[in-house]
Design a protein around this ligand. Sequence first.
Ligand code: GSH
Length: 213
Amino acid sequence: MSFNKPILWNFYRGASWRVRLALAFKKIDYEYRSVNIDKGEQFTKEYEAINPNNEIPTLQIDGYNLTQTMPIIEYLDETRSFEPKLLPSDSYKRCKARSIAEIINSGMQPYQKIVKRLGKELGEQEKTKRLELSTKKALKAIESIVAETSGKYCIGDGITIADIFLVPAVHTARLQEINLNEYPCLSKIIDNLDKLPEVNQTHPKNQVDYQQS
Ligand SMILES: N[C@@H](CCC(=O)N[C@@H](CS)C(=O)NCC(=O)O)C(=O)O
């Protein structure tokens, strides 16, 4: 069975970056379709037919519409099982890689999305405080894991799902001007990740729909 080139419905910033990273590390070519969530394009009839949850990203691949970054990345890893293996084969390491991803995926990111939406009611100062605190909480928890598991990257010396979730989270931390030196093991990993062409090429500022905020 042959299918067309995968299509990634996404936006330059946010959770979409995770899937761009997974595609880049797996060297899977794809078509970039921008969904401008600032203009509400996630609510158009065309997009809603692809993703009834009105969220980005959605990956159209192998004749399927895949949603939610965690299972999208797992699907890519299972169906393109060549290196890098994004989910380690060792159960304990896989558990730790998923733990790091989930601290961001189900802890930090959804909380921050709500705080940003409540921005006006909370006031600028309270909003900033809550965003920073939740980022620091996540980074502290991740630092305690990578102190035990890291090599060059979060889990040993190979790129995993943990690094893929970490990269956009660190970008958020930088925008919030959080001092990353407080997390020594993470800082070393971040230095290594920053050098990778896949990280640079998929960075928000290098996407066609990038807007300076
Ligand atoms: N858990 C989702 C999170 C997706 C998500 O939060 N997407 C945001 C952009 S970063 C979005 O679509 N926001 C638009 C909206 O909620 O209306 C995933 O991992 O894919």
